[in-house]
Design a protein around this ligand. Structure first.
Ligand code: PGA
Ligand code: ZN
Length: 412
């Protein structure tokens, strides 16, 4: 058992250039766990608040004022560390201390414990289970809240090398599709600037259907059959389009509106036409019954909740009760602490809801979420295809597979 001997934080910047917090936890004066918190742009209504009203500086002040409460704790005792945070903030959305602080303190403690145990983080989190490698799922084309005017309303078109037998091949395949898509886009529009959205996907001036067609074309150009070597996914992030007052989904950029029924048909047509393996937030974050309709219709697609389930075990329990989704995104900072997120993972795994551990659009260059994806038996790791902060997570999977820590790919 190693004891926390120091805990300190600092304000740094994420990949979008916004301020965030990083925390160092040291055990036995030498085992350092260092974690920097990410943040989202299309944030779910019910997710943890990233920071209190005073921003990262206020979270940092709270940590500094309360650091003594953590000194002497066993750094591997996630529950006690979580409870210590809860003693500072008993709100259910971490509005007092900020979810980002809960994220950084809990993961940094477990990282520090792993250093002292001389084992990778995923083993500390899940000591007894067989480690499988999640399939990388990455953004190849972006719009919505992650890119500017003229880009698709749909937030993300994603690639997953579902036919790959190794992590190396899966990463290389995703990269090849991303690269080929640039060529297709340049052919389509000679003025395409090669601009990219927040998560590294291309951000062309195209409407939704065309964006999906060029993505499929890039796969076909490489000799791949959709649903075989590679599969496409979409994060509709539909809460961005949902207008509560009108009771409609407003597609500003494409210039149309969908009623609730039309939105279900819109998503179903895309899932069908492009044989999607993955469909995230196809309806808005409170439309549980509408999600259930899509889940019943597409048993072979991961009909996934993100803003719908917000890494909350209570909301997931509700979703399971009405079969609203067969898969769910796990973003630790949506929940707040790692302890909260692991509880959510247990509920998902006990109820055959497949997990996808995910980055945020504003990321750090850390790679602990790759370990969290393995430890939670996630089927996919949604971390992008290119960009230093995205590739850091993919490279960590390669490092682990190089050490024979992982035996084989997950079964989707
Ligand atoms: P966010 O988007 O990190 O900007 O919230 C990611 C997503 O919606 O999956
Ligand atoms: Zn999403």
């Amino acid at each position: 058992m190693s004891k926390i001997t120091s805990i300190e934080g600092r304000v740094l910047f994420n990949s979008r250039g916004s301020k965030t917090i990083e925390v160092d936890v040291k055990s036995d004066n030498k085992f350092l766990g260092r974690v920097c918190a990410p943040s989202g742009a299309s944030v779910g209504k019910y997710e943890a608040t990233s920071f209190p009203s005073g921003g990262p500086e206020e979270s940092l002040k709270i940590l500094t004022q309360n650091s003594q409460k953590f000194i002497g704790l066993d750094s591997s005792d996630l529950k006690t560390i979580h409870e210590t945070l809860k003693s500072l903030d008993n709100t259910n959305n971490y509005s007092v201390i900020g979810g980002a602080l809960a994220f950084a303190v809990t993961i940094a403690s477990m990282e520090s414990a792993s250093q002292s145990l001389e084992q990778p983080l995923f083993k500390t989190l899940s000591p007894n289970s067989e480690a499988k490698c999640p399939f990388p799922l990455g953004n190849i084309l972006g719009g919505g809240a992650h890119a500017g005017p003229g880009t698709p309303d749909i937030q993300e078109i994603l690639i997953c090398a579902t036919g790959s037998k190794t992590i190396e091949n899966a990463i290389e395949t995703n990269l090849a599709v991303h690269k080929e898509l640039r060529k297709v886009l340049e052919k389509e529009d000679p003025n395409f600037t090669n601009g990219r959205g927040d998560e590294g996907g291309w951000a062309p001036k195209l409407e939704n259907q065309k964006a999906l067609e060029v993505s499929a074309k890039a796969c076909e150009n490489l000799g791949f059959t959709l649903g075989k070597e590679v599969s496409l996914g979409v994060d509709f992030a539909s809460s961005t389009q949902w207008n509560e007052e009108k009771g409609k989904y407003i597609y500003d950029r494409a210039g149309f509106e969908n009623s609730t029924g039309e939105q279900i048909d819109f998503a179903a047509d895309i899932i069908d036409k492009f044989k999607l393996i993955y469909a995230e937030d196809a309806v808005h974050e409170e439309a549980f019954e509408d999600m259930a309709e899509l889940t019943a219709k597409f048993p072979n697609t991961l009909v996934t909740g993100d803003d719908l389930t917000v890494t909350s075990k209570d909301i997931l329990t509700k979703a399971i009760g009405i079969k609203a989704c067969n898969a769910a995104i796990l973003k630790v900072n949506q929940a707040g602490s790692l302890y909260d997120a692991l509880e959510f993972a247990d509920v998902a795994n006990q109820n055959n809801v497949r997990l996808i551990t995910s980055h945020r659009s504003g990321e750090s260059t850390d790679s602990q979420i790759s370990h969290i994806g393995i430890a939670t038996k996630s089927k996919m790791l949604k971390v992008g295809v290119v960009g230093g902060e995205r590739v850091a997570k993919l490279n960590e999977l390669l490092r682990l597979s190089g050490h024979d820590f992982i035996c084989g790919m997950a079964e989707i």
